[in-house]
Design a protein around this ligand. Structure first.
Ligand code: Z5A
Length: 208
C-alpha cells in the first residue's frame, strides 16, 4: 500500500447505501493499517454543520432559490476543505468523504438545472487543485433509493422533491461518471453482499 495519503469520496442518491459503503471501506482500509479522517457534506465543521441544518430545514413560508442552495453547499465545502480536508492530507492522513463536489454538480446542476457556467467558477474558487483520488459512485434507481431512505421516517427539504428531480440528478451523476477519470460506478441496486464485492474490487484496482 502506497504511503501517499488518498482522498476517497462516496457519492450517490439518498438510499444508495453511502453510509453502509463507508463502513465497508473503513474495514478495507483498517485491514491495511489505515484509519481515515471521515467527513460528510454538507457539514463537518461547526459552521458547515449549521449550514447543513439551514439547507435541510423545511421552510413553509420562504422559497429557497436554487442559487442560494448552491452557494450554501459551496460555503460549507470551503470551510471543510480549508479546516479539515487539506490539513488532514497535508498531515499524511487518508480522507474518506460522504459526498463532495460531485453532489453539487448532480443535485444543483442536474436536479435544479443550474448551468455549468454558474457552477464552474465556484468550483475553481473552492476546490483549487483538490481532486479525489477515487470516487465510488453508487448508482441506484431513484425509486428504490427513496424507498430505502424513506423507511427512516421524516423527510428533509430536499428529500421531499418529486421523483423527476432525483431522476435528473441521477442522469447528471451518470453523465459525469461516464466522462471523467477516477470514478468507479457501483451498481447499488444489487443486494448488499454484491455491492460490497464491487466496492472491494474498485478499491483493489485503484489503490492496492
Ligand atoms: N446535497 C446537495 O444537494 N448538494 C450537495 O452539494 C451536497 C448535498 C453535498 C444530504 O443528505 C443532502 O444534501 C442530500 C443531497 C444534498 N439530500 N437529499 N435528498 P444526507 O447526508 O442527510 O443524506 P444522504 O447523503 O442522502 O444519505 P442517506 O439518505 O443517509 O443515504 P445513504 O447513506 O446513501 O444510505 P444508507 O443509510 O447506507 O442506506 C439506506 C438504507 O438502505 C439502510 O437501511 C441500509 O441498511 C439499506 N441498504 C443499503 N444498501 C443496501 C443494499 N444493497 N440492499 C438493500 N438495502 C440496503
Amino acid at each position: 500500500m502506497t504511503a501517499q495519503p488518498k482522498f476517497i469520496v462516496v457519492e450517490g442518491l439518498e438510499g444508495a447505501g453511502k453510509s453502509t459503503a463507508i463502513a465497508h471501506i473503513k474495514s478495507w482500509l483498517a485491514a491495511r493499517g489505515i484509519t481515515p479522517v471521515c467527513t460528510r457534506e454538507p457539514g463537518g465543521t461547526p459552521l458547515a454543520e449549521k449550514l447543513r441544518d439551514l439547507v435541510k430545514q423545511v421552510r413553509d413560508n420562504e422559497q429557497v432559490a436554487a442559487e442560494t442552495e448552491l452557494l450554501l453547499m459551496y460555503a460549507a465545502r470551503m470551510q471543510l476543505i480549508t479546516n479539515v480536508i487539506k490539513p488532514a492530507l497535508a498531515a499524511g492522513h487518508w480522507v474518506l468523504a460522504d459526498r463532495h463536489d460531485m453532489s453539487s454538480r448532480a443535485y444543483q446542476g442536474g436536479g435544479r438545472g443550474l448551468s455549468d457556467d454558474m457552477i464552474n467558477p465556484l468550483r475553481a474558487m473552492v476546490l483549487g487543485n483538490l481532486q479525489p483520488d477515487l470516487t465510488l459512485y453508487l448508482d441506484i434507481d431513484p425509486a428504490l433509493g427513496l424507498q430505502r431512505a424513506r423507511m427512516r421516517g421524516e423527510l428533509d427539504r430536499i428529500e421531499q422533491e418529486q421523483l423527476a428531480f432525483f431522476q435528473r440528478t441521477r442522469d447528471k451523476y451518470r453523465q459525469i461518471a461516464s466522462r471523467e477519470a477516477n470514478i468507479a460506478v457501483i451498481d447499488a441496486n444489487l443486494p448488499l453482499a454484491q455491492v460490497q464485492q464491487q466496492i472491494s474490487a474498485a478499491l483493489d484496482q485503484a489503490l492496492a
